[in-house]
Design a protein around this ligand. Structure first.
Ligand code: NAI
Length: 303
């Protein structure tokens, strides 16, 4: 009998110990939100030291909130005490929920979940924060594909309300419902989505980025002008600053994945502008330069 065919599977995840794999932009944010909601959180990254660095960055940003009177010193202490960086996945074998936020590559995600299945309990829910890769495909090869679900947060995780709860062909409805309930308990606005290319938001957003990149390739306008236009039109951020925030490596991988999944429909074709930025290591905020330069976390500067 599969774990998910048991009617009690999965138990409520509220307050459950959680493992976040990947301590980059998204994993650090997910760890923060979970810890603030009272979960003990193990944070792991393949790069030695990355999880501890992410926790130190979080401490600095929470310190700033305390200084502004927007967070109590007690909440800061409690949040940080709940996050434990671990250098080996096996240290987090007691997790009842794993949220994966590693590189946007199908083979790497599959390998990670296969390894996790050998470590965690049979009723542990496995969630992927993938932006665009098929949840059905990630689950392929797992002993219990019914416990894998998409839990797609948006950047920055502590501020963005939306969570797409993505069901693949084999995801157990009870697993999707448990993640939906947990997201709501975290103060998020969850929606159910199916594992179609780009799910909902990234499907809609692809042409938005594609037209921006086409304008840049045609040298019709600078990033600063494009961003100023869209801000003046009422958007919180312009498309170029948003791509810098997402990270060009991640955004390029998402574009490639949606393009391939749509049988190379040219509406979704990646841009040479993206590839140049990625090849040059100009990944946006996280590398210090993308369309703009980000000196020491200061204001974005045109380049
Ligand atoms: P990132 O590049 O900031 O962080 C990824 C982290 O994963 C890195 O620290 C890397 O060392 C680590 N990593 C890579 N392979 C690993 C492995 N096998 N085991 C453990 N750690 C590993 O990437 P980001 O932006 O946090 O994205 C992570 C995931 O979240 C991707 O699937 C991405 O598509 C998705 N996502 C990204 C959003 C964004 O705006 N950046 C928004 C929503 C989802």
């Amino acid at each position: 009998m599969s774990a998910a065919s048991d009617s009690s599977f999965p138990p409520s995840l509220q307050g459950a110990p959680l493992l976040v794999v990947g301590a980059g932009i998204m994993g650090a944010g997910i760890a923060q939100v979970a810890a603030q909601a009272g979960h003990p959180v193990w944070l792991h990254d393949a790069r030695e030291g990355a999880a501890a660095e992410a926790k130190a960055r979080l401490a600095r940003s929470l310190d700033a909130l305390v200084a502004k009177g927007r967070l109590s010193a007690e909440a800061l202490t409690q949040t940080l005490a709940r996050i434990t960086p671990v250098s080996a996945l096996a240290e987090a074998a007691g997790a009842r929920l794993v949220v994966e936020a590693i590189v946007e590559k199908l083979d790497v995600k599959r390998a990670l979940f296969r390894e996790l299945e050998g470590l965690v309990a049979p009723d542990c829910v496995l969630a992927t924060n993938t932006s665009s890769i098929s949840v059905t495909a990630i689950a392929n090869g797992l002993a219990h594909p019914e416990r894998l679900v998409g839990m797609h947060f948006f950047n920055p995780v502590p501020l963005m309300k939306l969570v797409e709860v993505v069901s693949g062909l084999q995801t157990a409805p009870a697993v999707a419902e448990a993640i939906f309930a947990l997201s709501a308990a975290w103060g998020k606005t969850p929606v159910h989505a199916k594992s179609t290319p780009g799910f909902i938001v990234n499907r809609i957003a692809r042409p938005y980025y594609a037209e921006t990149l086409a304008l840049l390739l045609e040298q019709a306008a600078t990033p600063a002008v494009l961003d100023a236009c869209l801000r003046a039109a009422g958007f919180r951020m312009g498309p170029c600053e948003l791509m810098d925030l997402i990270g060009h490596d991640t955004n390029f991988s998402v574009t490639q994945s949606v393009y391939e999944a749509n049988f190379f429909d040219k509406r979704f074709m990646p841009s040479l502008v993206q590839r140049e930025l990625v090849d040059g290591g100009l990944l946006g905020r996280k590398s210090g330069r993308g369309f703009y330069a980000y000196p020491d976390d200061g204001a974005a500067l045109p380049v």
